[in-house]
Design a protein around this ligand. Structure first.
Ligand SMILES: *Cc1c(COP(=O)(O)O)cnc(C)c1O
Length: 473
């Protein structure tokens, strides 16, 4: 039996490990700094283990060279991997903001990469051979799809609202209903954005009821705009009233004040055709006479993160000259992805097939069930020691859209012997390709609505890895 001191002295030196064949192979692939960092960390872990272990365990303590080298190899692999990585979303929340919101269509892959990896006419007018506008590429598509006069794209909808208010209402007043001063996703509070933009907020009405009259009584010579905010992520039910956009537009006309609508999720198609709640459609706001409408690119539109501003040319032209437009400007990757996504909308039949977000929202119950059966069979045939069931449940739209929508779905429910649901959820979440599940009534739950069929094998491998870990423990 050796003492802790002797054990400490027996820990191999970094140089010694560097001369091992397996580590030499790691070094060949580089980078050296990562290999050394991984060796140091692994040796530190052994030191801590020696310091912390009690005398009884200590008797059996020995350093296994094979295991140590495997650990170093694993660490190097882990450190070389991207921090930003794909995950499997088995949560059933379609527009999951923490998991990246909308997924881009497979069909636009080539178009986006083509622009990303080559020079392009991003800000170059090819016909004239001189500087052009980066916004021109999507402007025609946007005006065609929304029936607006003009369009501008910035980084996200929060920036869009800010830019609109800063351009039209700075040092002036903007009238908004108290029922619409919403917080969206924790980091966007309508009143905060307004204040920062330099607009003075005039809140009218009450939480549940606002009448046209409430707006009209508050119009003064300082009023710069009337604002309507779509309360995307909640609904007030019961004794409620808000003012229709058309009425607000009439009021705006009467006093010659622009009407702005933050529509939030930005549906370009009518979701009620597919059995969902009707979300406000962008072109309907334009038809109703809104002067400016803003919405996100990565919610119900199903494109890249972007803030889209559409409406009257005279106002959009002013925004284009605002220095904030430069600060909020979108990258070529965004523009390429947005243009390619918008092109899909030219043929509505393609939209729900090719745009993943829309496909996942409109997929029929039968299709979901078929998909669930495939996953169920795969898991059932290959996993022992677990109770696997197929049950009915509900998915969520997420992303602060359609808050009342409950989408009937089929869930796979799993419970394994010797593994608590919390451990199970944790280990799946920490798998090489993280698998994000929910826990419900002592089971983990997988919702196939948000799982691609290509991911079924990843899930099987993930569960098997978790189970072997359990056995090893
Ligand atoms: C989501 C949302 C926003 C914020 O949009 P981002 O694109 O996330 O910046 C603003 N207003 C409304 C009404 C929304 O629903």
């Amino acid at each position: 039996m050796s003492t802790k001191k002797e054990m400490m002295a027996s820990i191999p030196k970094v140089d010694h490990l560097l001369s091992e064949v397996k580590i030499q192979n790691l070094l060949k692939k580089g980078p050296r700094s990562i290999v050394i960092e991984s060796i140091r960390e692994s040796l530190d872990e052994i030191r801590i283990e020696i310091l912390e272990c009690d005398d009884h365990h200590f008797k059996n303590f020995s350093i296994d060279y094979e295991i140590l080298q495997e650990k170093i190899i694993r660490k190097v692999k882990e450190k070389k991997r991207m921090n930003l990585k794909r995950v499997v979303n088995a949560s059933g929340v379609v527009l999951h903001t923490n998991l990246g919101r909308a997924l881009l269509s497979e069909s636009i892959k080539e178009e986006v990469w083509n622009i990303a990896s080559n020079y392009s006419n991003l800000e170059y007018d090819i016909k004239l051979g001189k500087r052009g506008s980066r916004y021109a590429h999507v402007e025609n598509l946007l005006t065609k799809l929304t029936k607006a006069e003009s369009a501008l794209v910035v980084n996200n909808n929060a920036a869009a609202v800010f830019l609109v208010l800063n351009t039209l209402v700075k040092n002036k007043e903007i009238i908004v209903s108290r029922g619409q001063l919403v917080e969206i996703g924790g980091s966007f509070r309508v009143p905060d954005v307004m204040e920062q933009s330099g607009a003075n907020l005039v809140e009218v009405g009450t939480t549940n009821k606002t009448h046209l009259d409430d707006y009209e009584k508050n119009i003064t010579e300082y009023t710069g705009a009337l604002l309507k905010v779509h309360t995307s992520n909640y609904k007030i039910l019961g004794f409620t009233q808000d003012v229709d956009l058309k009425e607000l537009v009439q009021l705006g006309k009467k006093y010659n004040i622009p009407v702005v609508e933050d529509i939030g999720s930005g549906a370009l198609i009518d979701f009620s055709k597919y059995g969902l709640y009707k979300e406000p459609i962008v072109y309907e706001s334009i038809m109703s006479g809104a002067d400016i409408v803003t919405f996100s690119g990565d919610k119900l539109l199903g494109g890249p993160q972007a803030g889209i501003i559409i409406g009257k040319k005279e106002y959009i032209d002013k925004m284009k000259k605002n220095p904030y437009t430069r600060a909020f400007r979108v990258d070529k990757l965004t523009l390429a992805a947005l243009e390619a996504t918008l092109k899909i909308y030219l043929d509505e039949k393609k939209v729900i097939k090719e745009i993943p977000t829309l496909y996942m929202l409109t997929i029929t119950r039968e299709e979901i069930d078929k998909k669930a059966k495939k996953l169920y069979n795969l898991l059932n045939e290959n996993i022992k020691d677990c109770q696997i069931e197929k049950i009915d449940g509900f998915s969520q739209v997420g992303g602060g859209s359609m808050p009342l929508e409950t989408l009937p779905t089929t869930l796979i429910r799993i419970k394994c012997r010797g593994l608590s649901p919390n451990e199970f959820e944790y280990f799946l979440r920490n798998y090489e390709i993280p698998i994000i599940t929910r826990i419900h009534e002592h089971h983990i739950i997988l919702d196939v609505r948000t799982i691609h069929e290509d991911e079924f094998l990843i899930i099987l491998k993930g569960i098997k890895a978790v189970l072997s870990r359990r056995r090893g423990a």
